[in-house]
Design a protein around this ligand. Structure first.
Ligand SMILES: [Mn+2]
Length: 238
């Protein structure tokens, strides 16, 4: 049997002072942060999660991984979609933006399967020429456990997303930005009750992204998006 597929997962750059209990002298040393739930979701789906530290040429990762999971995180620099930041936009992380832009470019070029979650969905949209609403406070539910199902999404019945989840699903919501103008080559396949975009797919490539966080829901270990990514990665590997 061939080995399980390798799924690359993106993370963020922080520093030693962000880690409680770390030696003070390490305060300015780089610290790479990867939320563990993404890896748990990939493991449960039968894949091997590998974290992708910043700094390498992203194409070298893309040549080795079988699938890519673009994870959640900070807001994207608005300049990347031609906008000025509004006060509500968090401080950007330019090093991560730059790395993920190059990573996505290579991954799309190599046509490896890609799943995007939250910021990951937004990166895919911005990378393909789309733009974002910079503050959608009604979707930033930060006063409940992150697994809380706080709104419903309707899913286009003629979509891969509907094959995975059906045409309706209750989801969590931790994002404060969302898609405004849609990127090229993408289609919207899920919406919240207020019409906000909650899911997208690429029209011709194996790319699916959602605005909610399946990795933080109680259904994580049976979540269809992680299964989709691992299965696509299996069938698309070299
Ligand atoms: Mn939402």
């Amino acid at each position: 049997m061939p080995p399980a597929p390798l799924i690359g997962i993106t993370g963020k750059r922080a520093s030693g002072k962000d880690l409680r209990g770390e030696l003070k002298v390490m305060g300015d040393v780089d610290l790479d942060v990867f939320w563990g739930d993404y890896a748990q979701g990939i493991l449960a789906a039968g894949g091997i999660p590998v974290f992708l530290p910043l700094g390498a040429d992203p194409i070298k990762y893309v040549e080795r991984i079988d699938g890519l999971l673009m994870s959640g995180g900070a807001d994207i620099e608005p300049e990347l979609y031609g906008a000025d930041p509004i006060p509500e936009t968090f401080n950007p992380e330019p090093v991560r933006d730059e790395f993920e832009t190059a990573l996505l470019k290579s991954a799309l070029q190599y046509e490896i399967p890609i799943a995007g979650i939250c910021r990951g969905l937004q990166m895919i949209n911005v990378h393909t020429g789309g733009s974002l609403f910079q503050d959608v406070p009604t979707h930033a539910i930060h006063d409940k456990p992150p697994s809380s199902q706080v709104h419903t999404v309707s899913i286009d019945k003629d979509s891969t997303l509907a094959d995975l989840y059906g045409t309706s699903r209750n989801v969590n919501s931790l994002h404060h930005q969302s898609i405004d103008r849609l990127g090229e080559g993408l289609r919207v396949t899920a919406w919240s009750e207020d019409g906000g975009i909650e899911g997208i797919e690429h029209k011709s490539l194996p790319v699916i992204a959602v605005q909610w966080h399946p990795e933080m829901m109680d259904t994580r270990d049976s979540d269809p998006l992680f299964k989709w990514l691992v299965n696509e990665a299996k069938s698309n590997r070299n």
